[in-house]
Design a protein around this ligand. Structure first.
Ligand code: GLU
Length: 372
């Protein structure tokens, strides 16, 4: 099963607070440099990479000289805002030493459940990855408190894996992985090497909460793996201090706990799309566009659309029909009905002139399209 790890082309790597701040002693730049080196090697091997970094609260606490984690949410949020500055600076300078740009992206769970923001975040991340920059994502702790309360970014990392359609989510933590009993109290506890993410037996062994610094325990990591599995991604929960951990995972070494999805990436995504029964409009395609979609598995460009019906917004589901009314596909529209009216029949390089801006060159991207 480790070929799923070594063969993964798009990784989301999540690093937790305890690791990043050497258990609260401020940002551990030496360890960060070691991970950066490995992440750069991944990129150089052609693997696309998105980093989800916690540690803002923990770094802020140490910058502010706070020894213990405050209870008040506003104090934690303030610490996160202070710490985020140091956190992104540290990532930036470390990646910069290898000639890599980094990009700060602050997200909330709500951003990812709103269709329009979801598509916006997706195209920005896609653009960053294409530019070779490393997106460094954290929760926008100033405006929300989901991860401060529960997860230390575990859930956010899973949502990001879904957003970018990663095939692998690597959660680096201060344990070696998931054990079948608590290794702190049970010397016979065994590391679980592989399991199905939806295996109910895992609930019993994932008990317990996070440490003093971050909030995420094994339970939130298991939940994150299940969420990632829903979009077809594999998750590895693994010790971030294991020597050359990312390199060794890439080589297929059996480190940490690998949690497998029920279905592959494509099947899961198509199922997710197919589940969106509510459609908001119809696009009537010319013969060339039908062929491009069905035979060549391409995206739908505005030039191949003859007519736009209904009142949909960007990110909503539309039906694509041939001129004889036969349904050929369904997908998420990159433009609203009003915008689509203006650009259909036109080449994609005319979009900017017609609308004053360009979201994407496609009206429906093939990743967001299911043939019927
Ligand atoms: N997003 C937060 C951070 O980066 C979560 C971690 C926490 O609550 O300590 O610091």
């Amino acid at each position: 099963m480790r070929d799923k790890v070594s063969g993964a082309r798009r990784w989301v790597v999540k690093i937790g607070s305890a690791l990043l701040t050497a258990d609260g002693r401020g940002l551990d730049r030496a360890s960060m440099a070691v991970w950066v080196e490995q992440m750069v090697a991944l990129r150089e091997a052609g693997i696309e990479l998105v980093l989800v970094s916690s540690g803002a609260v923990a770094a802020g606490m140490s910058r502010l000289g706070w020894a213990s984690r405050p209870k008040a949410m506003h104090a934690l949020q303030a610490a996160a805002a202070v710490g985020q500055m140091g956190l992104v600076q540290a990532w930036e300078s470390s990646f910069g030493e290898h000639g890599r740009h980094t990009a700060q992206v602050l997200l909330t769970h709500d951003d990812l459940s709103d269709r329009k923001r979801y598509l916006n975040a997706r195209s920005t991340l896609r653009a960053l990855v294409e530019l070779g920059a490393i997106p460094v994502i954290n929760e926008n702790d100033t405006v929300v408190t989901d991860e401060i309360r529960f997860g230390d970014n575990d859930t956010l990392a899973a949502l990001v894996a879904n957003l970018v359609e990663a095939d692998l989510l690597v959660i680096l933590t201060d344990r070696d992985g998931m054990f079948d009993a608590d290794p702190r109290s049970n010397p016979d506890a065994q590391l679980i090497f592989e399991a199905r993410a939806d295996d109910p037996a895992l609930d019993a062994v994932a008990g317990g909460t996070g440490g003093a610094l971050g909030r995420g325990g094994m339970q939130t990591k298991l939940r994150a793996a299940r969420l990632a599995a829903r979009s077809g991604a594999h998750t590895v929960i693994v010790g971030g201090r294991i020597e050359r951990v990312l390199d060794r995972l890439r080589q297929g070494e059996r480190l940490g706990t690998l949690l497998a999805p029920e279905r592959g990436l494509l099947a899961a995504r198509k199922q997710w799309l197919a589940g969106h029964l509510q459609t908001r409009g119809t696009l009537v395609l010319d013969h060339g566009a039908v062929k491009a979609l069905v035979e060549d598995r391409k995206s739908l460009l505005p030039v191949g659309v003859r007519d736009v019906q209904g009142a949909f917004r960007r990110g909503e589901m539309v039906v694509c029909v041939a001129e004889d009314g036969r349904e050929v596909a369904r997908g998420l529209a990159n433009y609203s009905a009003v915008e689509a009216q203006k650009i259909v029949g036109q080449p994609s390089d005319a979009i900017e002139r017609l609308l004053g801006y360009v979201s994407e060159p496609e009206l429906v991207h093939r990743d967001n399209l299911v043939l019927v």
